[in-house]
Design a protein around this ligand. Structure first.
Ligand code: SAH
Length: 260
């Protein structure tokens, strides 16, 4: 809800969705169109180029999130500012740091958060319906969360037997976290458990792969920082059309109540 404004400016924290322009919500488009200043990582600003003419665009690199948040708040005292994240800004995105810095500053400005399609939904849509019921989301990035905490969380969620979505699955700086996650998954799930690997979901260079936990090692190279990995739960199974593997289905349980 927009808060009572002190200055004439405004701050909109915008989730841009997974990539292609057609997956940006109309509300997010409007927020960017209205803004005088647009801040964000250059990778996320690229698809917006047609919308950015005449605006002050401030692009920065990963790792500069705190500076970017501070700058956005300064500008928003008098101007209309959009600060953008890929996917949803509230899911491993810029929303929390912007709100924390704003709270700390004691400034009262108008704030709106515009949701976007997060990678879990984008990736799931490319491999059937793997996340049909309860599921969990874990980031394997240990930049802000210690590795032992990530391990504890992985162990806890895989115990539940629900599908688990892994964000930030593998980078050059930490190539081993994915193998660690797979090892923990195998303690709780059988080798036939389906795994969906979606790189650049809903972007032009998209790649999808459906495999199983038992042979996941063979596909590690398909995983990088532009990839989301979905590990099925106890109920999940491969979805076939004829002999073709199309994706993953996690049944919601209709088959227990209905005949179809
Ligand atoms: N705020 C973003 C997530 C940022 S964390 C969101 O809500 O989607 C960055 C991680 O998100 C990447 O390492 C990758 O795991 C995932 N990701 C983001 N966009 C993606 C896409 N288009 N395809 C596949 N994975 C994506």
């Amino acid at each position: 809800m927009p808060s009572h404004a002190e200055g004439n400016g405004s701050l909109t924290i915008v989730g841009l969705g997974p990539g292609r322009l057609e997956y940006i919500t109309p509300r997010a488009m409007k927020a960017v169109a209205r803004a005088e200043y647009v801040l964000g990582h250059s990778m996320y600003l690229e698809p917006l180029k047609p919308l950015l003419e005449g605006k002050t665009v401030i692009s920065s690199s990963m790792g500069k999130e705190v500076d970017r948040a501070q700058q956005a708040i300064d500008l928003a005292k008098t101007g209309h500012v959009a600060i953008v994240s890929g996917g949803d800004a509230g899911v491993y995105g810029m929303a929390s740091i912007v709100l924390e810095v704003l709270e700390h500053s004691g400034i009262n400005i108008s704030v709106e958060i515009v949701p976007g399609v997060t990678a879990a939904n984008a990736a799931a849509s490319r491999v059937g319906s793997p996340l049909s019921g309860d599921f969990a989301v874990i980031s394997l990035s240990d930049l802000l969360t210690p590795l032992e905490v990530i391990e504890q969380r992985l162990d806890a969620v895989f115990t539940l037997g629900i599908p688990v979505v892994l964000y930030n699955p593998r980078s050059r700086g930490r190539p081993d976290n994915l193998a660690l996650a797979i090892g923990i998954a195998r303690k709780h799930l059988g080798p036939e458990t389906p795994v969906g690997i979606v790189k650049n979901a809903l972007r032009d260079d998209e790649k999808t792969l459906v495999t199983t936990l038992g042979v996941m090692e063979q596909s590690m190279d398909a995983v990088d920082m532009h990839t989301t990995v979905i590990i099925g739960g106890r109920e999940s199974r491969i979805w076939r059309m004829g002999d073709d593997v199309k994706g993953i289905i996690t049944p919601r349980g209709y088959h227990k109540k209905y005949v179809y």
